[in-house]
Design a protein around this ligand. Structure first.
Ligand code: ADP
Ligand code: TYD
Length: 207
């Protein structure tokens, strides 16, 4: 794959979507071609799976079934959206990727890390060049997510302890992989965006 592959990760309400949008706009202003996408979703088939996993009761799916659904959605997203854009030499910015499955399905409800990793290497097999982890206190994240509440509340409904385990899991993952940049999300969006651009600039320089 040519191009550059950037993911945003973090708990619900941390500001990922806001920052992904503003990074895409900033890179476009620099003359780069950007595909801005998201998970679950980012392709027609994966958007259909999105509705299945994000709406309804918290206990609608087990963590194991979710691993299969999120990975199926990711495979379609990779085939239809991410790989073609990278092959065209674009910058791909995705709001969530495989780290979300590692954390939300792999560690928040018992240890399913081995299952997540096995399915990832079988079906996905790629990692972003750079991952921005927007770190935020889960109470603040839940307050923000609840304020914009809609139908997609299945994971928010799993509660504060769930989001706290997710935050710790993301920080632990970030400490173990050099592609992560951890950015404090508890500031004005413009201040967060400055740090995001500082992390991304050297990757895209000369792109
Ligand atoms: P995520 O994609 O991580 O769930 P969003 O970017 O959708 O987060 O932000 C969740 C909510 O919080 C939105 O209503 C958004 O306008 C608001 N928000 C985003 N970033 C900040 C920030 N740095 N400070 C305060 N509110 C924010
Ligand atoms: P998202 O739309 O990014 O929600 P938010 O903007 O609230 O952060 O993601 C929706 C939910 O899907 C989120 O609660 C995390 C969950 N999720 C997983 O559990 N596993 C995954 O692999 C992905 C991509 C998302």
């Amino acid at each position: 794959m040519v191009g550059h592959f950037i993911s945003f990760e973090g708990i619900d309400g941390s500001g990922k979507s806001t920052q992904a949008r503003s990074l895409a706009a900033a890179l476009r202003d620099m003359g780069l071609t950007v595909t801005l996408t998201r998970e679950p979703g980012g392709s027609t088939g994966a958007e259909e799976i999105r509705r299945l996993v994000l709406e309804g009761e918290s206990d609608r799916w087990s963590a194991e079934t979710e691993i299969l659904l999120f990975t199926a959605a990711r495979r379609d997203h990779l085939e239809k959206t991410i790989r073609p854009a990278l092959a065209r030499g674009e910058v791909v910015i995705t709001d969530r990727f495989a780290d979300s499955t590692r954390i939300f399905q792999g560690v928040t409800r018992g240890d399913l890390t081995a299952t997540v990793d096995a399915l990832h290497s079988l079906m996905i097999g790629v990692e972003p060049d750079l991952t921005i982890l927007i770190d935020l206190d889960p109470a603040e994240g839940l307050a923000r997510a609840t304020a914009r509440a809609g139908a997609e509340m299945r994971f928010e409904d799993m509660g504060l302890a769930f989001q706290s385990r997710a935050r710790a899991g993301f920080l632990d993952l970030a400490a173990r992989h050099a592609r992560f940049h951890v950015i404090n999300g508890a500031r004005h969006p413009d201040a967060v965006a400055v740090d995001v651009m500082a992390a991304v600039r050297s990757l895209v320089a000369g792109a």
